[in-house]
Design a protein around this ligand. Sequence first.
Ligand SMILES: *Cc1c(COP(=O)(O)O)cnc(C)c1O
Length: 382
Amino acid sequence: MKFETKLLHGGISEDPYTGATSIPIYMASTFHQTKIGESKYEYSRSGNPTREAVEALIADLEGGTQGFAFASGSAAIDTVFSMFSAGDDFIVGNDVYGGTFRLINTVLKRFGMTFTVVDTRDLAAVEAAIKPTTKAIYLETPTNPLLRVTDIKAVADLARDHGLLSIIDNTFSSPYVQRPLELGVDIVLHSASKYLGGHSDVIAGVVVTKDTKLGDKIGYLQNAIGGILAPQESWLLQRGMKTLAIRMQAHLANAKAVFNYLSDQPAVAKIYYPGDPNNPDYEVAKKQMHHGYGAMISFELQSGLDPKKFVENLKVITLAESLGALESLIEIPALMTHGAIPRDIRLKDGIKDELIRLSVGIEDEKDLLADLDRGFKAVQRS
Ligand SMILES: *Cc1c(COP(=O)(O)O)cnc(C)c1O
């Protein structure tokens, strides 16, 4: 089955009991066991038919064998790290989601795990960071907010050669654009609150594995820790996922148009977009991203121009954190998503005060470009 067909007919796509083409929301905490030890479902933390359907679907879409749904992307990430123990070291991409850094620095480190932060685009640096205690390489590509692209296959190969697991947060691409398991990665996870759900109405996370032993470990921890996705949310997530391909097509086309438009703006100092042929990561992006280069674009205004005036004068694009929604969302990393990072460190990482991050939605292209025009007129007046 092709990806677009899988969205509707892959995984578990109809109710085995009634034939309903939308899996019912099974609001049940427990299940009648007619014979002890022979029931498919016992208790909804360990298994629920609505959750199981969306888990089977995401496994299918990522090209894995087992999928797991969690109450949030953060719960998914925490559960994955719970496979490891005190004393274990991890190589982590230097540009990962802020909440992941928060989990690492304020929670996981207290449990005795250690972390080596590296620009994962630099394979030699990744290899040099491997210690006897290193257990896994954890990264995002493209990254947030500078959309840096790491060669997934190269990192997966390196990890395997050193007996390490490779773990990728695939939130920014969705499986329509990028499927890391097919490139040899061991564990793929998502904040399904973004493109997978797609409609700004559900907080969820997913984990997908290919190797059954690894999958069984995640399944065990999902039940032991209990950060599961509830039946209502599981249903919402599956409903949202059915339109992933057509949504992504619209996102990707609009992103390209926005990139072309921004390229001609004298007020723009720099654009970060993996689909920019002048981007140093372009060749790697071309190799591993399908259909397009994602729909996240960051850009820097010329120094001295006020990004606040830009975002506050927009009428169509919503000033908000988050991404991957149907609606275009815009934000200033220095003041919003990355505001907690000390300014000197932030600047050293390349996140300037004038940087604006845009999650390109599926509105009409002309309306989006006209809105951006409004923003540029507003900063020019200042
Ligand atoms: C939002 C996000 C998360 C966290 O997911 P939640 O669903 O908000 O808990 C993790 N990784 C990335 C890349 C994200 O954008």
